[in-house]
Design a protein around this ligand. Structure first.
Ligand code: 0O2
Length: 221
């Protein structure tokens, strides 16, 4: 066992992940504050659901090997930005970009990289907005900058991704061709649903503002 494996798989893992867990808590608080703010103002809330995870030691090692990252704790900290992950599920496609701006624009958040798999889906149909950010974590003896990967996606994208993830692991990454074809088709159906929901939302918002501005009789046809 190398030093890295010892540190990642042994009791030291608890110590290794501590700053990442703190960063997750900070980001979740930010998301909850945004959510409460929208609810309080009785505005359309772009956030439906939030979840988080710390990457498992196995998954960290697999990604380090994939990235050809030297297997030392320092190099892993430096090169793997999704050890802490926060996933935010939104109602609409436009909400995903709005949430990315709302969080990325906060003064203590540094946006390191944006990978827009909504505008440019992966070849299998995977869609999500991946925003790598860094935030300060105030420990008892020092402040550390900790990277967190935000995955922001719609409910439909999330539905697709969680099923695809299960299938991918069930078949140990060699998914039968027919299933791959069907998954790609399902991604397209999910995208069409997202576009339709966006259009319907805009139409309803337009009706609501016409009622609110009280511009004369409203005809609902
Ligand atoms: P876990 O929980 O991490 O072990 P990134 O550089 O991270 O923005 P990239 O290069 O695609 O994106 O990285 P990677 O490591 O392939 O994927 C990181 C995470 O993104 C994955 O975590 C998934 O949560 C999600 N993801 C990326 N591509 C796909 C995909 O094609 N299908 C699905 N369902 N999810 C995807 P892990 O590694 O699965 O799990």
């Amino acid at each position: 066992m190398t030093t890295t494996q010892f540190e990642l798989f042994g009791p030291e893992f608890t110590q290794f992940v501590f700053p990442y867990q703190c960063a997750i808590s900070t980001l979740i608080t930010k998301v909850q504050i945004l959510r409460k703010g929208f609810t309080h103002l009785d505005r359309h809330c772009p956030i439906e659901h939030v979840s988080s995870r710390v990457k498992s030691p196995d998954s960290i090692m697999a990604k380090a090997q994939r990235l050809r990252c030297p297997l030392t704790v320092a190099d892993i900290r430096q090169n793997i930005r999704d050890i802490a992950g926060v996933r935010i599920t939104c109602g609409l496609i436009s909400d995903t970009y709005r949430v990315a701006d709302l969080i990325g624009g906060q003064p203590d958040v540094t946006v390191l990289e944006v990978e827009d798999y909504i505008a440019k889906p992966k070849s299998n149909g995977y869609k999500s907005l991946h925003v790598a950010v860094e935030i300060p974590v105030f420990l008892s003896d020092r402040v550390v900058q900790v990277p967190v990967e935000l995955q922001i996606r719609t409910i439909a994208m999330d539905f697709w991704a969680s099923l695809e993830h299960k299938i991918y692991y069930k078949y140990q990454r060699s998914v039968p061709r027919r299933l791959l074809q069907e998954l790609t088709e399902a991604a397209d159906v999910a995208h069409r649903l997202d576009r339709k929901m966006e259009r319907l939302h805009n139409e309803v918002a337009g009706l609501k503002s016409a009622v609110d501005s009280d511009d004369g009789p409203l005809r609902l046809e």
